[in-house]
Design a protein around this ligand. Structure first.
Ligand code: SAH
Length: 398
């Protein structure tokens, strides 16, 4: 690996880095051109070459790498990563001993001290996500550290920095025993089928655990539920188990139908009593309005950005309109679960979209629940942008 590169930090950013900001951003650096090879160790210094912090160069859409330490002589070896992983595991000890939940995040990037990598746990299996070529240069040390720190059945990985298509290598298996997929994991007593060998989306988004539980325990009973952008139908499964009279799941992807059938079946729910529709959500809204369908519980969980044949959806531009479509087919006193994982805006702006949508639709509303990332998706106060999830339960009032 190349020698350490000294990055000169512009004066107005120095305070920010001294007080713990973890992300290396281009606007803060005067000699960006000195960065050549991802994985290079970088030292942040001021104009007088005084040490500020050190980390690594790795390109992500967010920035140019992450600070890992404020100790000038720290080495980023297996010992360093093992300390980070061990302390992250310790912070999840309640989840490890929870018999009803076997899937959660054990290491959340900068929230656990190493930006650019996450590790999830699925009933004995560990899944590492590498978010840059830079952090992937440390793979030997990190994998050795993980093997040393935990009891595992098997370890898998996703190289999230690779261009689509060229990324399946050895079906993402790293070490230990190969899984027989799907492996079945429980979350609050509910079964999920998980595939660690099929690309980045493994079957369940772990950050919505508390939202799913809340839907099942407090909102689903007796409702006619609509789940848009439903993927494997996780919200529908929880709603059905919570007593929804019927669920309707809508997703554009063909794979969503067999995957949703699989999740219902794993939980003893008759999928034929549910609607599972492969269609563009925006088309479905038109259909539902025409047929005057009304729902008591509507989940909106779009990707931050999506392009379909007829639509381009970008959460920061179009969420308000999406809400208006949902409001039109929600019963009075019905609840809309508005969710977004867009890091382009925060909770206040999101609530602004909600306010505007109801105002334009001519209805009053009441916010009845709010969620951000759960505890296992640790974030740090020096980098609140890391808390990307925003979920608001809104009751429509006539
Ligand atoms: N709510 C899901 C996760 C959604 S992931 C869960 O809790 O598991 C985003 C999903 O949106 C993907 O499955 C994708 O196929 C789907 N999608 C993207 N654009 C869409 C559109 N215009 N209409 C319907 N589904 C869409």
């Amino acid at each position: 690996m190349a020698d350490t590169v000294h990055l000169k930090i512009k004066p107005k950013f120095i305070k920010k880095y001294r007080s713990g900001f973890p992300l290396i951003v281009s606007e803060a650096i005067s000699n960006l051109k000195d960065l050549k090879e991802e994985g290079t160790i970088v030292k942040l210094v001021d104009d007088n070459n005084r040490f500020i912090a050190k980390g690594y160069y790795g390109k992500q859409n967010k920035g140019y790498g992450w600070i890992l330490s404020k100790q000038e002589h720290e080495k980023f070896d297996m010992h360093f990563f093992k300390n980070k992983i061990t302390s992250a595991i310790y912070k999840r000890k309640n989840l490890f001993s929870d018999e009803d939940t076997m899937a959660f995040r054990v290491f959340n990037g900068e929230g656990d001290g190493v930006g650019g990598i996450t590790i999830d746990y699925f009933n004995g299996y560990y899944l590492i996500n590498w978010y840059s070529k830079g952090i992937y240069q440390f793979r030997n040390a990190i994998i050795e550290a993980l093997k040393d720190a935990v009891d595992y059945t098997g370890i898998y990985q996703k190289k999230r920095f690779d261009a689509k298509g060229q990324y399946m290598e050895d079906d993402d298996f790293v070490t230990g025993e190969r899984g027989e997929f799907p492996i079945i994991v429980k979350e609050n007593g509910v079964n999920f089928a998980v595939y660690l060998n099929e690309g980045a989306m493994v079957g369940v988004f772990l950050d919505q655990r508390e939202v799913r539980k809340t839907i099942r325990d407090k909102y689903a009973n007796g409702t006619n539920m609509l789940n848009t952008f439903s993927y494997t139908g996780a919200f529908s499964v929880f709603a059905a188990l919570g007593g929804a009279t019927k669920t309707t799941s809508v997703d554009l992807a063909n794979r969503s139908k067999p995957k949703t059938i699989e999740q219902f079946s794993l939980n003893g729910i008759d999928y034929e009593a549910q609607d599972i529709i492969v269609e563009d959500v925006f088309q479905y809204f038109k259909y539902a309005a025409r047929k005057q369908l009304l729902f008591d519980l509507v989940v909106l969980d779009p990707p931050s950005f999506a392009r379909s044949k007829k639509n381009v959806f970008s959460a920061d531009k179009h969420y308000k309109d999406l809400l208006k479509e949902a409001i039109a087919i929600t019963e009075d006193n019905g609840v809309i679960v508005a969710s977004t994982n867009s890091s382009a805006f925060g909770m206040n702006k999101f609530k602004g979209f909600i306010q505007k949508a109801f105002q334009e639709a001519g209805f009053r509303y009441k916010i009845v629940e709010e969620f951000s990332l759960p505890e296992d998706f640790r974030t740090i106060k020096e980098y609140p942008e890391g808390n990307y999830l925003k979920v608001v339960f809104v009751k429509k009032i006539k």
